[in-house]
Design a protein around this ligand. Sequence first.
Ligand SMILES: Nc1nc2c(c(=O)[nH]1)N[C@H]1C(S)=C(S)[C@@H](COP(=O)(O)O)O[C@H]1N2
Ligand SMILES: [Mo]
Length: 567
Amino acid sequence: MKRLWNALRSGSPFALAGVLATLCGMAAGHLIASLLKPASSPVLAVGSTVIDLTPTPLKEYAVREFGTKDKPILLASVMAVTLLLAAVAGLLARRWFPVGAGLLIALVALAGAAAVTRPLATASDVVPSLVAAVVGLVVLVLLVRLLNGSREPADEPAQAAAEEDPAPTHSAGGPVGPSPAGGTGPFDVMSNLEPIARRKPRSKSKSKSAPTAAPRASRRTLLITTGLVAAASATMGWAGEKIIAYRTRIGNVNLPPAAKPIAPLPAGLENVYSGISNFQTSTDRFYRVDINLTLPVVPVDDWKLTIDGDVDSSFSLTFDELAAMPLIERDITMTCVSNEVGGRYIGAARWLGVPLTDLLDRAGVGSKADQILSTAVDGFTISTPLEVARDGRDAMVAIGMNGEPLPAEHGFPARLITPGLYGFVGATKWLTRLTLTTYDDDSAYWTDRDWATDAPIKISSRIDTPKPLATIKDGQTVIGGVAWAQRVGINKVEVRIDGNAWQEATLGPDAGIDYWRQWYLPWDASPGQHMLAVRATSLDGEVQTAARATPFPEGSSGVQEIVVTVE
Ligand SMILES: Nc1nc2c(c(=O)[nH]1)N[C@H]1C(S)=C(S)[C@@H](COP(=O)(O)O)O[C@H]1N2
Ligand SMILES: [Mo]
């Protein structure tokens, strides 16, 4: 036990070397990837692969527990595991350099494999991982050499080692005897190291210039080098992040107007009763849900939309050709299937785009197809029932959101929008292909993970004000929020206070059945704790059920109940 502890203590600088080498390699790979293709960054590629391989229940749990922080937490876990293995590689490299270096290479090889096996990846996606491997190895060699060189001058065997070939040729050596006893601190530890000391210097190496730095100097060199490597890693990682952020935000296109522009939205209730969600969600506050760790960079000049599969004649359009088709604009409220009762994964916007039916008519849909399989530029797939293109709803390939081109986060340059369906079955972002096929022949990302194939949005409602667990002043106030039943429309919203009778709320302006309705109910709040609940009724008479369902596999249900304190 004690020996193990000592071994660990004396090995810790080597473990740190392994960690630093790996960090530096990862940062260099990230930087290169930020310039070539962000998704090929070793860390991101591994993260994305882990996301794809995560079983649905675990993913559900992560979304529930961590919400939008699920991705940072995933990346942190990937990093933690990697760095732990990197530390082991460093420890191994001390005595068995090839083994330690081998472990490091194995780690990078995994990342490279992850990068090239991403959907739609090309062979060149391995480049960032190669760079990571080279940089990581160079740093490991450098640090291990310095560590092995920083010993006390009085230490005879150490000098013998110091005369050895300066290149990391000890990598050719095997185990070199038992671990020395540890010192009292990291640097005492270093001074006690006697790693390759017992090895005979090779005769060859005598002719070469032996390292002349005194052990003291080399300890300083070690510190400086360590600092430089750490700083270089941080800088490269930071620069990579900045470049990715910059590149994924470019969307320089001009949007033509809709063929028949629609009237501006009426003023919403938020202007009168603060706390109610804006009638139109501003683009920068629109919820974002996707599997992407990094946004795809889509150079609009290279982009095209292809319609193929079971069609009379498949065709492709450039962005300009698509934008030149007659455009419609519609107010549509999108909802994510992962939205819990009372949740925030919902947003309402004005979308500008080409009707899906126009594109399908142009291709001429065959008789077999029952599914539109859409593919994003990164290979992600969504399947949408063909029916939605035929039942009169305004499904579209959208290029504009709230009067602007789509931002990178929401699918630039084009995405699918399907009123009435949860996003995962009808809202493909970074869309590049629509394939007419059958459910028998093809399946999509989430259906492969046991989510529903056909998922209409369930009627629901949310209290925006007061907030759950809020403390408010007594007297006249307002309970308010939003309600939605896309494709059907909202007829009525009711509020229940403290389990009493349901009271009908007043509805805000109407922007069509695919859009949410704001609502409010004046309330004379008396001091104490109160329980507020809300439920909606659709235009076809369906009352929002109180029966709870989890988001998996086809959307949550239940009635939102909140508790507030009135003082
Ligand atoms: N390419 C791609 N498109 C995607 C997704 C994705 O992960 N990748 N997620 C879908 C899901 S689950 C939802 S709810 C909506 C969210 O769109 P938003 O982020 O613009 O709100 O996009 C859909 N389209
Ligand atoms: Mo979603």
